[in-house]
Every structure is written in C-alpha cells, then in structure tokens.
Design a protein around this ligand. Structure first.
Ligand code: DAH
Length: 339
C-alpha cells in the first residue's frame, strides 16, 4: 500500500508539471482526490490493514494528500497568473495610435446670422422681444390696419386654426403686442418664424424667418429709420454697403418704403445676381401709422415711431453666398458643414 500511495503522489506531481489549463488541473484534482479518485480508492482499503500498519499508512496517506493538495494550489496560482498575463497581452492598447475624432455639430447658418443681427441691434440699445407663432387674427392683421376684406390678405394667405387664430404671416403683430404692454421709449427687435401658403422654390418657403424692428419715442423721424438701417447694413456687410429707400405701401406704416441694399457681388454696378439693378430688396419699413399707435393707447400727437421687417433667409443667403433657399432646410450635413 505504501508503494501505491507513493506512486499516486509521483504520477500526480508529473501530471501537474505538464498540464497547461485550469480545466486540466481540475480534472487531475478530481481523478486523484475526488470521491472516486485514486487516493480515495486506496484509503477505502485501509480496513484490511493490521492494527500496527494502520497508523503508519494513515499518516503516510495524509502526508501524500497534503503534498498533492499543496502542489495543486501552487500550480493553480501559476496558471492564474499566466492566464492574466495572456489576457493583458491580448488587450494591450497602443496609446500612440491616432484616435477617432468625435463628430462635433455646429450652429445652423440661420442661427449664426441671426446672432450677428441680434448683436448689432443690441449694440444700438435695442432689446429682443419674442411672441407666439400661432397668433390671433387681430394681432396679425386687424390691429395692423388689415381688416377681413383687405386685399393685403391675398398675398399673405396662411393656415387658419380657426376664424380668429392663424399661423402668423409676419412678425409685425409683435409691434402691437409690445406697444400694448410697454410705454415709450420703445426699442425692440422681434425675430421669429412666419408662415405663408407659398410653394417651395429657390427663393420661397412656406416657413421662413423675419426680424421685426420697432422704435417709438418723442420726435422719431424717417431720418432715424434711415440712419438706423444704414448703421445696421454697414455693420453686417461692411462700410462700403449702401441702402436705398423706394416708396411703397404697407397698411400699418405711413409713409412706407421698401429698402434695398447694394449688391454684394457687383457693389452696385449691376450684374446677374442683382439682375442689373445694382441693388437687392431686403426689407419693408415705414413710420408707424397713427391708427396703429392709437389702437395701443399711444398718443400719435405726442409720439411717433418707425418699424421695419426683414427676411432673415435673404440676409443669410447673401451673407453666406447661398444660391438656393432649400439648402437651408434640407439638413444635409455636407452643406451645413461648410459654415
Ligand atoms: N411685415 C411686412 C411683410 O411681411 C414687412 C414690413 C413692412 C414690416 C413694413 C414692417 C414695416 O415693420 O414697417 O411684408
């Protein structure tokens, strides 16, 4: 029996040296120390030994088991360390390799130009007013001298939520909303989305943006309007830019004008972009109609004001050299990345 025990120990130790995985190690453990393992089988035969032999063999069996157990655990430590090293080697990161650049978005060209415009007017002492896109017919039309049957409604057809509620066709209703609440002096711009029943083409969209301007105070004249717009245009397009006022009609201003800016391509000589005119129309403006002031409880004998409304998309297109308005709404990243 003694030989058997020593043989088991020797063979176990040999197997341990050559095995390479934790699974193989476990197999060895089971085959030697397990319930049906070699050592266990031998110990089962102890009963057949004499009283003198039993303690001797018993002690040897314990010694053999302890030796095998400690050899197993030693080998296990080595194998675990080896497995860990292999894993680390496999997962090694080359920190000198070029990384992946995260895609960072940017502001939309409309937002960028709007921010520029806002800054120019803030610099001239204006503040910014905002109002609803879904507007009362009263503010969008009625209070601006455009009653129900007025022909001006034809060119500004829109989505009627009900008889009295529309998607605003212009930012001009903000003039009324501001004047109803604030006492002069008033100096605001009101940027926002407007809606019209227009078909989409290179220069039209059923949803676009306007920036309204309103100044009301004692002694405001057409010269203030002209000076303010001139200052604005020069800040936006450079000192060489010129404006030109042409008489026009708007129901809520008197007198009214359309304002052109010198062509950004030819500088006023006339070219394809300005269709030979040298100037391009960018906004409508005028002196606030006395009836409009009166409707907001502002006495037209004491106060006067000017107002203007400009199309933001036109300015963006001019500023960024964009030839088709549709580009601004198609969310094509290849286009938007250029600004
Ligand atoms: N709201 C006008 C439009 O959409 C533009 C306009 C003209 C605004 C004259 C004004 C103004 O404030 O005084 O056509």
């Amino acid at each position: 029996m003694k030989e058997q025990l020593l043989a088991i120990r020797k063979s176990a130790e040999e197997k341990l040296v050559s095995l390479t995985s934790l699974q193989e190690l476990e197999d060895v453990r089971v085959s030697v120390l397990g319930k049906k393992g070699e050592l266990t089988q031998v110990l089962r035969q102890m009963g057949a030994l004499s009283a003198e032999e039993r303690p001797i063999i018993g002690a040897l069996a314990n010694e053999v088991r302890e030796a095998i157990e400690s050899a197993l655990s030693e080998r296990k430590t080595v194998l675990l360390a080896k497995a860990r090293e292999e894993k680390l080697a496999k997962e090694v990161i080359d920190v000198t390799m070029a990384g992946k650049k995260p895609e960072i978005g940017g502001l939309h060209p409309i937002t960028k130009v709007l921010d520029e415009v806002k800054n120019i007017f803030l610099g001239m002492g204006f503040s910014i007013a905002e109002g609803p896109d879904v507007e009362l017919d009263y503010y969008n039309f009625e209070a601006l001298n455009i009653p129900k049957e007025h022909p001006a409604r034809d060119t500004q057809d829109t989505f009627y939520v009900s008889d009295n509620v529309v998607l605003r066709t212009q930012t001009s209703p903000m003039q009324i909303r501001v004047m109803e609440k604030a006492k002069p002096p008033i100096r605001i711009i009101a940027p926002g989305r407007v809606y019209r029943s227009d078909a989409v083409d290179a220069t039209h969209s059923p949803v676009f943006h306007q920036i309204e301007g309103l100044v009301v105070d004692k002694g405001i004249t057409m010269a203030d309007l002209k000076g303010t717009l001139e200052q604005f245009i020069k800040s936006l397009y450079g000192q060489d830019a010129k404006i030109r006022l042409r008489p026009h009609h708007f129901p809520f201003t008197e007198p009214s004008a359309e304002v052109d800016v010198s062509c950004f391509v030819c500088g006023g000589k006339g070219c394809r972009v300005c269709k030979g005119e040298g100037f391009i129309e960018i906004l409508g403006a005028g002196m606030v109609h006395p009836d409009v002031l009166r409707r907001c409880n502002i006495d037209p004998d004491e106060y006067s004001g000017f107002a203007f409304g400009l199309g933001l998309e036109r300015i963006v297109m001019r500023r960024m050299n964009i030839d088709d308005m549709r580009h601004l709404y198609e969310n094509d990243v290849r286009f938007l990345k250029q600004f």
